[in-house]
Write a protein that binds this ligand. Structure first.
Ligand code: ADE
Length: 225
C-alpha cells in the first residue's frame, strides 16, 4: 500500500511516521508513506497557497491550483483508489471504514487548514470525505495521522501477531476485554483466576463475556442491530 499525504505543514507529520509500528511497517515494505508540502506546488514566486474567501468572511482558503498540481503530478506516477479529504463535515471514521480502506492499494489524503480548501478541489478531485470525530481541529493533519495509523496496523504482517488486530475493540462491534500481565498480584489486586488456569476454551469464553459486559456498560449503542 502507498499513502500520499498532502499538507501545508509537512513537519507535523514527518516525525509521526518515523516511530514505532509505523516506522517498522515502512521498513518492512508493507506500506510507503510520502508527505507532500502544498507550498512546493505554489504557482507564484511568493509560494503562497491560500487567499481570502470570495464573498468575504474570516479566514483563508487553500487555493485549488497548487493542490490540483500536486494531485495531478502524483496521478502521473500511479493510479489512486481513493482521494480522501479530512474534514469535520466528512463521514465519521469507524472501524468498518478503516477495514475497507486497508484493502486499497494507493490512497491520497488531503489535509485542510485555515477555513479549508476551495470547494472545487472537493468537487473535482476528492472521492471520499472523512471526519475523525465531532470536534474541529486546526487542520486535517492529525486526522490523516489517525486514519493512516488505523489503516496501517491492519495490513497483513504489520502487527507481530496477526490475530491481535482482529481482537481489537470495535472489530465485531465489541469492545476488547481487559488484559493483565505480571505480577499476578499487585497490592492485593489479583489477576482473575481463570486467566491463570491454562484452560484455553474457558479463557476464550471468559474474554467474550467480558467483552459483551464492557460493551453493554460503556457503549450499548454498539449492541443495537
Ligand atoms: N479537520 C479539522 N477537524 C477535523 C476532524 N474532526 N476530522 C477530520 N478532519 C478535520
Amino acid at each position: 500500500m502507498r499513502i500520499d499525504i498532502i499538507t501545508c505543514v509537512p513537519n507535523l507529520l514527518d516525525s509521526f511516521f518515523a516511530h514505532s509500528i509505523l516506522k517498522r511497517a515502512q521498513q518492512g515494505g508493507f506500506v510507503e508513506v510520502m508527505v507532500h508540502d502544498i507550498r512546493d506546488y505554489s504557482v507564484n514566486k511568493h509560494r503562497t497557497i491560500d487567499d481570502y474567501a470570495f464573498g468575504g468572511g474570516a479566514g483563508m482558503v487553500l487555493q485549488i491550483e497548487p493542490i490540483a498540481k500536486c494531485i495531478r503530478s502524483l496521478q502521473q506516477e500511479r493510479d489512486y483508489d481513493e482521494i480522501i479529504y479530512l474534514t469535520p463535515d466528512g463521514e465519521l471514521m469507524q472501524q468498518h471504514m478503516v477495514n475497507q480502506l486497508s484493502l486499497k492499494g494507493n490512497i491520497i489524503m488531503l489535509c485542510g487548514h485555515y477555513k479549508g480548501v476551495d470547494q472545487r478541489v472537493r468537487d473535482m478531485f476528492v472521492t471520499k470525505e472523512v471526519s475523525i470525530g465531532d470536534y474541529v481541529l486546526s487542520g486535517g493533519e492529525l486526522a490523516a495521522a489517525v486514519l493512516s495509523d488505523a489503516i496501517i496496523r491492519l495490513l497483513p504482517g504489520v502487527l507481530n501477531d496477526e490475530t491481535s488486530a482482529l481482537t481489537d475493540s470495535f472489530q465485531d462491534n465489541l469492545l476488547a476485554p481487559p488484559v493483565y500481565t505480571r505480577p499476578a498480584e499487585f497490592e492485593g489486586h489479583k489477576v482473575p483466576d481463570i486467566l491463570m488456569s491454562g484452560h484455553e476454551a474457558k479463557i476464550e469464553e471468559w474474554r467474550y463475556e467480558q467483552s459483551i459486559q464492557r460493551t453493554r456498560e460503556r457503549r450499548p449503542d454498539l449492541l443495537k442491530p
